[in-house]
Structures are given as structure tokens and as C-alpha cells.
Design a protein around this ligand. Structure first.
Ligand SMILES: *Cc1c(COP(=O)(O)O)cnc(C)c1O
Length: 294
């Protein structure tokens, strides 16, 4: 979706331009982003920009960007600014989205927000971003796919890339239906923060008596409205380290996958989002079995 947005701001709806991308020589093709936003999210953002015919112009330094860096990166070849809202991006020393917006508006160039893993589908367009990219398979919990929201004329240009670089990225009918279904469910989802708290609170209550486990409700560290059960593991007392417990949970039947970014610190988390109703009971049962086995 990043490539397609870039293609859209470069080629618009002009067929000849659409058909020659990613060759964009002579066109407005520079995409200005902060150096701390030129990240690898599983693939390289700057490569995604290049695929759409863009030339990534990284402003400032990896850990320090001033507004002036942004202003000075803008030339008469600038096609858009891009802001990457992601935990992968450097969080300190970067300019805010508001600043990027004001720079974009001052220069009358569009701002693309890569909000792939974000949960709020209206926030960035409401703030004034021209194109906002979401992954269909992250917060929305749909199939591998993506969607772009934004200004009608630029969305039209995104759609027009179907005759160009978009063709090589097309998804099947199944993915389209899957994404639409996920979006419908997303809008009317009962799985609110309240429900997550309740489910994870129940899970925590069932584990309080286990020696070597300390459990608490933990809000998402990136500030999203996600509440997980956090298990702090005392390896001496429990008999398993966090990593050992994680491997045994994964190796069981059914396999249970924890959030294990902090396993080296003795912490595992249970994420309520992928759990079907009642599956927290399966997790409790398995953890109790493993704890009792020692
Ligand atoms: C995941 C991600 C993407 C790509 O989204 P996919 O749906 O996986 O293609 C792009 N940008 C960022 C910042 C991401 O985290």
C-alpha cells in the first residue's frame, strides 16, 4: 500500500505515467521522510517507496530531525511527505505528525501516513493526512491485504494504479471479501477494551496461587487500547524459565503462542485478540498443568 500511495502521488491518473512506473525520471518523484522513519518493518520502507517510483529523501539523522531538516529536504521535485506511525520507527528526536502536516500544508504537497499496524481508522484523515495506509492483517485482523483511506482524488489515483504497479500486487476475491468482513466486524466489535480486561482479569485470577508466577493486567506499551495478561516468571520457584515455559506452551496440543518480546526478562504475555471465546480456559488449564508438573 505504501508503493501504491507513492505511485498515486507521482502518476496521478495519467495512464502514460502509470504505465511507465516505477520509472519516474523527470516527474515529481521525491518522497521526504524522517531518517528515523526509514525502517524495516519486515521489509524496507524505502524499497516500498522505490517500487512505487519514488525516491526516498531521508531528512535529518537517525535519532535527530529538526523541522528545518524537513523544510530543506523539500525541492521542486517533491511529490509527498511520508510519516511512519509505528513502534519500529525511532520514537525520540523525531518531528511530530502535526509538524509534518504543517510543513506539507505550507508547501501544498500531500502527506502520506503509514499507519499499517494502527487501530484507529479515522484519526489521521481527521487530522488532515492526505493518504493513510493500513494493513488488513494487523489490527483489523483480516487476511493478508491492505487499505488506503484519504482524499478522494488521491484515492482515485491509487485505484488507477491497477493498470500499473498495482497489478503485480493484486489480491484475490477471497481476500477482498475477507477484508470487508473483517472491517464490518471491526466496526461493530464487542471485543472492547472492557471485554479484554474482563477476560484477561479472569485468566489472571485463575493463576494467582501458582508459586513462581506473578500476573497482572498490562496495557499495550505503544499506548493502544489492548489489555494483555502479563506473566512474570520466577524461574527458581516455578521450575521453568519464561523461555522454557513458552516452548512448552508452543509444543503442546493445542499449541499456545504467547507474546514473548520480554521473555529474556522473565515476562510472557497473553494477547486476548486472537482468542476465540473460552480459549482462555484452555490456556489456564495448560499453564496449571505445566506448573504442577514440577
Ligand atoms: C506491517 C507494516 C507494513 C506492511 O503491511 P503488510 O500488511 O504486512 O504488507 C508497512 N508499514 C509498516 C510500518 C508496518 O508495520
Amino acid at each position: 500500500m505504501a508503493s501504491r500511495s507513492v505511485a498515486a502521488v507521482i502518476a496521478g491518473t495519467q495512464l502514460t505515467r502509470i504505465e511507465r512506473l516505477p520509472d519516474s525520471e523527470g516527474l515529481h518523484n521525491e518522497i521526504v521522510l524522517q531518517k528515523g522513519h526509514a525502517v524495516h518493518f519486515g521489509a524496507s520502507i524505502t524499497q516500498m517507496i522505490a517500487l512505487g517510483g519514488g525516491k526516498a529523501m531521508e531528512a535529518g539523522h537517525a535519532n535527530h530531525v529538526e523541522k528545518r531538516h524537513l523544510m530543506e529536504a523539500i525541492t521542486d521535485r517533491t511529490a509527498a511527505l511520508m510519516y511512519v506511525k509505528s513502534h519500529h520507527a525511532v520514537q525520540k528526536g523525531m518531528q511530530s505528525l502535526e509538524t509534518m502536516l504543517s510543513v506539507a500544508q505550507e508547501h501544498k504537497i500531500p502527506l502520506i501516513v503509514d499507519a499499517a499496524a494502527e487501530a484507529d481508522l479515522r484519526r489521521y484523515t481527521a487530522m488532515g493526512a492526505d493518504l493513510v495506509i493500513y494493513s488488513g492483517g494487523k489490527a483489523i485482523e483480516g487476511p493478508t491485504s491492505g487499505l488506503i483511506c484519504g482524499r478522494a482524488d488521491l484515492i482515485e489515483a491509487c485505484r488507477a494504479q491497477y493498470k500499473g504497479i498495482g497489478r503485480a500486487m493484486k489480491v484475490g476475491k477471497e481476500a477482498i471479501i475477507g477484508l470487508l468482513t473483517a472491517l464490518q466486524r471491526y466496526g461493530t466489535r464487542e471485543e472492547t477494551a472492557q471485554a479484554q480486561k474482563q477476560r484477561m482479569g479472569w485468566l489472571i485470577d485463575q493463576l494467582t496461587d501458582i508459586n513462581g508466577l506473578e500476573c497482572r493486567l498490562a496495557r499495550d506499551e505503544a499506548g493502544r487500547e489492548i489489555y494483555r495478561a502479563e506473566l512474570r516468571i520466577d524461574a527458581q520457584r516455578l521450575g521453568w524459565s519464561a523461555t522454557e515455559l513458552m516452548k512448552r506452551l508452543e509444543g503442546g496440543d493445542p499449541a499456545i503462542y504467547t507474546r514473548h518480546h520480554y521473555a529474556n526478562m522473565g515476562i510472557l504475555q497473553i494477547d486476548p485478540r486472537p482468542l476465540l471465546p473460552g480459549q482462555e480456559q484452555v490456556i489456564v488449564k495448560r499453564i496449571r498443568e505445566l506448573a504442577g508438573a514440577k
